[in-house]
Design a protein around this ligand. Structure first.
Ligand code: CA
Length: 427
């Protein structure tokens, strides 16, 4: 039992009842305010906890952690400390804000270590090294397969034998709140030659990312049973997708410019530690997987997920309610497969699940599925229709787990779509 997860702990900090960030969560991120550099932080209710200040006040002095770990633009160095230390930091934070612990004079220091979230800017928390995107939801892969190949051949022959994935682009991963311009690109109308223009079928993909906290040397695979040692935590992930660009370009090497223009992540990484009590078993895998992919125990996580679209006028509709537990391939299997050939991993690498769709239409994780290739529409609160994402729309992904009655939230991964920058390539 991880001490900080104890649901009996109450904090002396005044926190909203429905917060994503009770004292049992304590996620990690990076914040910035005018006049001071970026700092590693945690969250409690509607405040950020300044870990640099806590470190400077000596509350971590027994952990032997260099100040530069917290005086930092990213949490990479923090994750690289290893789980023993990051767990100790989380437990210490729990103690500092526990109403029943008065060993620490943290209450007197509150003004120095807590700041209202509304007054800070949250930054991209990870210096992302490599980014890989999987395709591990059987409901999603089946839906896409039915659309493009028919129900008989919905899943490709390899799909149930290995977690399909591709190497994505790390440079265009941005933090929640960053506006995204509709991408320009090449598309192929059904009748006629290819054209260049703004993407017309812009989509989101509801995904969960995991972040690496421990590296491996080249040539050394990560076994399924050890994979969680390498995974620091989870982050909400929107893999923006330009369906028309993707459709024309992807044969035979897979996704390229239809994907790499942007991906949006939440500013908070929730540690695997905080999610201990929401582990669940994944779906039964048929046929049996090869020995190197065999996974034991509860390796899926029950995290409810939601996608909301907000119109330019500010009217919001929830278009998808899904769950991370639906994943056919779990993260340990993904990481084992990724490294089975000797591919090494580094601290800050990010791996996304692939679109997380559930069994019923209300749980589909992309507009491609929700609109079933544009054959159906979603009615927005203002009466307008959506098959894909329009300019001025904001897409936001939310996630939370119910850990024995306590809400462990993931914050928000939100991005507004701005018009395409067409003029740039018009000579
Ligand atoms: Ca994806």
């Amino acid at each position: 039992m991880i001490k900080a997860n104890n649901t009996n702990i109450k904090t002396w900090v005044d926190i909203p009842a429905d917060t994503d960030f009770p004292i049992q969560n304590l996620p990690f991120g990076v914040y910035k305010v005018e006049g001071q550099g970026p700092r590693v932080c945690s969250a409690l209710g509607d405040r950020v906890i300044d870990l640099l200040r806590i470190s400077e006040l000596g509350f971590f002095s027994d952990f032997d952690i260099p100040k530069s770990v917290f005086d930092n633009q990213y949490i990479n160095d923090f994750m690289a400390l290893g789980k023993e230390k990051t767990r100790a930091v989380r437990d210490r934070l729990s103690d500092l804000f526990d109403a029943d612990v008065d060993k620490w004079n943290s209450r007197e220091m509150a003004a120095h270590i807590l700041r209202p979230m509304s007054e800070v800017e949250m930054l991209l928390p990870i210096r992302v090294g490599d980014y890989t995107d999987f395709y591990s939801s059987i409901e999603h892969a089946t839906n896409i397969g039915i659309m493009f190949r028919g129900i008989e051949n919905a899943l490709m022959p390899n799909w149930r034998h290995l977690p399909v994935g591709y190497h994505g682009r790390a440079s265009s991963i941005v933090v929640s709140g960053t506006p995204i311009h509709r991408p320009m690109g090449q598309q192929k109308p059904a009748d006629g030659p290819p054209v260049y223009g703004p993407c017309r079928l812009l989509d989101f993909e509801l995904e969960m990312g995991f972040v690496i906290g421990k590296e491996t040397p080249l040539g050394e695979p990560v076994p399924v049973k050890d994979a969680e040692d390498y995974i620091f935590g989870l982050i909400l992930f929107n893999d923006w997708s330009a369906r028309d660009i993707q459709k024309w370009e992807y044969v035979p090497l897979g996704p390229f410019l239809g994907k790499n223009f942007a991906s949006t992540v939440a500013p908070w990484v929730v540690s695997l530690d905080a999610l201990e009590s929401v582990r669940v078993s994944g779906p039964k895998q048929e046929p049996e997987v090869l020995p190197y992919l065999k996974s034991e125990g509860k390796r899926n996580y029950d995290v409810q997920l939601e996608v909301r679209i907000t119109t330019p006028e500010g009217l919001t509709k929830t278009v998808s309610e899904s769950n991370f537990k639906y994943m056919y391939w779990n993260m340990c299997q993904q990481l084992a497969h990724h490294t089975v050939n000797g591919c090494n991993i580094k601290v800050g690498d990010m791996y996304a699940s692939g679109t997380i769709s559930g069994p019923d239409p209300g749980s589909y994780g992309s507009m491609l599925e929700i609109s079933w290739q544009g054959t159906k529409s979603v009615e927005m609160p203002d009466g307008t229709q959506r098959k894909f994402i329009q300019d001025g729309d904001t897409v936001s992904i939310h996630g939370w787990a119910n850990a024995d009655g306590v809400r462990i939230g993931f914050g928000e991964a939100s991005g507004k779509i701005l018009p395409a920058r067409e003029q740039r390539h018009q000579a």
